[in-house]
Design a protein around this ligand. Sequence first.
Ligand code: ADP
Ligand code: MG
Length: 395
Amino acid sequence: MDNPASNDVRTTPSDRADGRAILDDGETRPAAPACPAGLIGGAAYAGASGPPLMIIEGLKRIFRPGERPAVNGVTIDVYEGELLALLGPSGCGKTTTLRMIGGFEQPDAGRILMRGTDITHLPPEKRGIGFVFQDYALFPHLDVFENIRFGLHNLPRKQAEARVREMLELVGLSDLSRRKPHELSGGQQQRVALARTLALAPPLVLLDEPFSNLDAAMRVETRQEVRALLKEAGSAGILVTHDQEEALALADRIVVMEAGKVCQVGTPDEIYRNPVSSFVASFIGRSNIITGKAQGLGAETPFGRVELSKAVNGTVDLAVRPEQILLEPHAEGEAEVIGREYRGHDQLYWVKKGERRLLVISGPAEQIEIGARVNLRVCDCVVPINQDIQALIAE
Ligand code: ADP
Ligand code: MG
C-alpha cells in the first residue's frame, strides 16, 4: 500500500542518527539537549507513604576516558512499593544504571542511599536488593522448587521449604514445582525467577528488560502478573525497558533517559500529556512537531489556532499527538490524504498540506480514501516543548 511512513520522519525526530529534530516545515535544527535545565519534572510518587526507599544522586559511569559517560549524573528517588520504569532507547545507559544500583558496576561519581544508609560501595549480596536477570538465570538441572529454595540456604530446612511453598502459591506454580526449567514456558520461567527473588523479601527488585524473551501476547499477560506480584509482595521495583508501551502500561512512574541523562520523571499520564522535549514527545507515543506563534493560552499555527497546555509568548514548537487531529473530508480541503493504515481499533493517516506532512490517528468507523481532500482541526490542548520554554512563560 501507499505508506509514506518510512520517509515521514517528522513524527519521530529522535530517529535521526545525527540527533537533529525534523520539523513540520522539513527544516532541521539541532535537537534540544538531552536534559534541558529546569524541565525534568521529577514529580514525587503520589502513592508514597514515607521517605524514599532509595535515593540515587548524580550517578555517573565512564567506561573509556575521554568518551561520553554511559551514565551522566542520574538522580532518582524510589519509594517503598513503587514500580518505576527506566525507559529510553538502546544504549542510553539504562542497564548500566541498574547494574550500579545492584552493585554489579561501580560508579565513577554519585551515591546511592537505601533507607538512609550509603550502599554505593557495598557488594551486591550485602545490599538486600533482588535482581531478575534478562535470561532468568535459572539452574537448568534443578527443578522449580529447588531453584526457588536456592537462595534460602541460610534458613532452617523446614522454614525454607515453607517459604518456597508460599512463593509457589504466590506465582501460581504449585502444581509445577517438580518441573525443570526447560519443561516450562517462557512466562512460567519468568515467574520462577521472580519467585526466587521475592522469596528473600527484598524491599527492591531490579528487572532488566524482563519481558524481552516472551512473545507479544505473553508479554502483555506477564507484565500485569509481574506488577501484581511485586505489589502483593510489597517490594518496590525498578524495571528497565526500551518499550514505551510497556512502561506506560506497567509503571507507577517513568524515568525517561536519553544519552546517559534523565530527561523527565513522571507518571505515565504526565509523561504522555506533558512531554518536556521533542525527544520525550516522540519517544513516548508519537507526535507531530509543528511551529506556532503563541500568545498566552493560544497559538496560531499552519493548521489554524490551537489551545496550549500552558501560557507562553513567542515562537513555539508544539507536540501535537496524532489522536489530537481531526480529519474533516471536504472537496476543497486544505490537505490531502497520502497514506492510510487500517489497524482494526483505529486507523493511521498521513496527510500532506503544502510541503508539510502530519500523522493522524482516527477511529475505525469512517474511512477516508487516499487522495481525498480534508480539513484539519486540532481538537485538544497541545504542549509547547521548546528547550528554552521557561523564558517564554507568559506572566
Ligand atoms: P541500555 O541498557 O540503555 O541499552 P547500556 O547501559 O547497556 O545501555 O549502555 C550504555 C552505553 O555504555 C552504551 O554506549 C554501551 O555501549 C556502553 N557500555 C555498556 N557496558 C559497557 C562496558 N562494560 N564497557 C564499555 N562500554 C559499555
Ligand atoms: Mg540494556
